[in-house]
Design a protein around this ligand. Sequence first.
Ligand SMILES: [Zn+2]
Length: 322
Amino acid sequence: MGHSDFNGRDFNRQATVAKRFELSGIGVHNGTPTKIIVSPADTNTGILFIRTDMDDAVEPEIPAHFSRVCATELCTVLGAPNGVSVSTVEHLLSSLSAFGIDNALIEIDGAEMPIMDGSSTVFVDAIKKAGVRQQRAARRFVKVLKTVSVRHGDSFGEIRPHDGFHVDVEIDFPIALIGRQRFALEVTPQSFEKELSRARTFGFMRDVERLWAAGYALGASLENTIAIGEDRIINPEGTRFPDEFVRHKALDAVGDLALAGAPILGSFSSRCGGHKLNFSLLSALFEDQDAWEYVRPGSEPAVGHADMGERMPVAAFGPDVS
Ligand SMILES: [Zn+2]
């Protein structure tokens, strides 16, 4: 797998994809075929979606940032004030984030990301095949300094200080097929690929007609969704993990938290959550100036005097170019 060895990676440096790759598929909600082209990008670009089907008068760029979230019903939608949007971004974003990709351009010729098989498998395979190129600039992390929590009815989410990125997700559906499931892991490229990336999205057969009437799930099929009937899984192959449902929720959370715009040093947990809760928690974190700070652990002071470094932490961090 050529570039797929990440052992030599310095996670304190920014990274992009080593070369471009293309993927095509249909949107799970709009049912429309789209093609995406993921390309390398310069340091400090971030992850940028670019709608290539817009006419020249329209600004086609949409940064993958929580400030651009315009809907969280069923999937996460990013939009610009001019109405240009891209939906169902979370499965690719989770893959890029878990593999430590800070900078990439994602050209898309439609309004919804291809769902592929409903998981992140295809995205992870494409990233591994393309390879990861380390860049010279130091990575900027969002370091969580104190616990922040949000509650919406039965949903609860929290993020706490942690030296790394940890997710702990619990779901509780009142049907025997799912019930209460909990899954926690420290997110690394390896753990994400092994434990989360293959977990598919899921839906309930009883909701299908209502969703179709509302214009959702038009592309959903057994090729891209675990379909849950009254008392059984409709997909003939069954589930990939007994707890595939909660693993998918953890995958979604990794993707939604990538909208922080920088890797998070923190421990996330949620109960009965989803895209809306994840977005609320990010918003609450960034609203509280005492709850987080940017750190650049890969940025060394230019002068090697240890006694000066102690007193000059800001000078060591370089300009904030976001
Ligand atoms: Zn999902």
